[in-house]
Design a protein around this ligand. Sequence first.
Ligand code: ACO
Length: 367
Amino acid sequence: MMPYAHITGWGMAVPERVLTNLDLAAMIETDNEWIVSRTGISERRIAADGETSASLAAEAALKALEVARLKPANLDLIIVSTSSPEYIFPATACLVQDQIGATKAGAFDLSAACTGFIFALNMATQAIRAGSIHNALVIGSETLSRIVNWQDRGTCILFGDGAGAFVLQASEEPGGLISAVMRSDGSGGELLIIPGGGSRYPASEKTVREGLHYIQMNGREVFRFATRVMTQATEEALEKAKLKIEDVKLLIPHQANQRIIETAARNLEIPMERVVLNVGRYGNTSTASIPIATCEAIQDGRLTPGDRLVFVGFGAGLTWGAAVAIWTGSFPTKRRVRPARYRLLARLRSLLLRLVRRLEGLIWGNG
Ligand code: ACO
């Protein structure tokens, strides 16, 4: 029988530093009233110097593993969805693999902007359903504050930093992710883009001078696209799952803009009490926003096993998608795991591997 992919662990990590709209108004020509009325955002989190997309991802991952009571060494797969990876390569997922000591996991990054978490969830689900793996870690992590132009009031007010993670595990019991829709339209690629620093416009003094390494966005076009596809993708995913919107306990949308979310909810005829909304406190954390919103919904006691929920998102690419899940909660059987201890062991292991590599280099003459 085809196994199901259940969400058995969840965790989030956001930086401590809060940047309010008032702080922004002291930096650029904007005001709290404009930002709140157009976006619903009041504040966002900004990574500290030592915090990176990998460190936030690792923190969220260890919390998710603790909830799932799963050791990092039992992971088969790590997917990190991010638009602010630490490097072009190696993948941020490999840095996370090393930081948490997931010794047996294959790790790679997935680039689908704000829709990335849904795409990654679906990829991990399909790998579990095909029987090729048992345990997967799916993470959305961003430090968008590092790639946003702080002089551009049209974009810098929107974004924030953070990470969220899910553990997915195989089980014969029906449940978990039961349908997904993934779509893209590259003809709209330039509507939301970081043009510089890739192979098209390699980093140079000119690309930096022209600000090509920053997020550039056509806000109005993205807004129109977003309201249309959120409704469409949700309806398609529900149809695939043979469910109706009335069956859905919670809609967990990508947190880009409160007006976009409210428009989608209106079109779908789902009351806002059944929609998770936390964009006001974190801004748009891109691919991290759906798992962060899920973690907060769980903290607030809004999900119980058996509930049906929909994740829906849109973003650069253009990309959009939705997934329907039956909420499981963690498998109740196993002993506690202690993430902090694993992190320390992982660090020791990583140092040892580096040392061995250096010694081998010396012995074989490649050092
Ligand atoms: N403060 C004050 N005024 C501003 C600001 C600001 N921060 N930003 C723009 N304005 C001004 C503009 O200059 C413009 O003035 P003008 O009419 O004199 O030219 C006026 O406000 C209206 O500007 P618009 O861009 O038309 O404002 P709009 O109502 O469209 O809101 C916004 C802009 C909030 C960006 C909206 O278009 C939006 O949310 N779009 C979707 C963006 C989004 O979700 N992006 C993320 C996608 S997910 C991903 O992949 C990362």
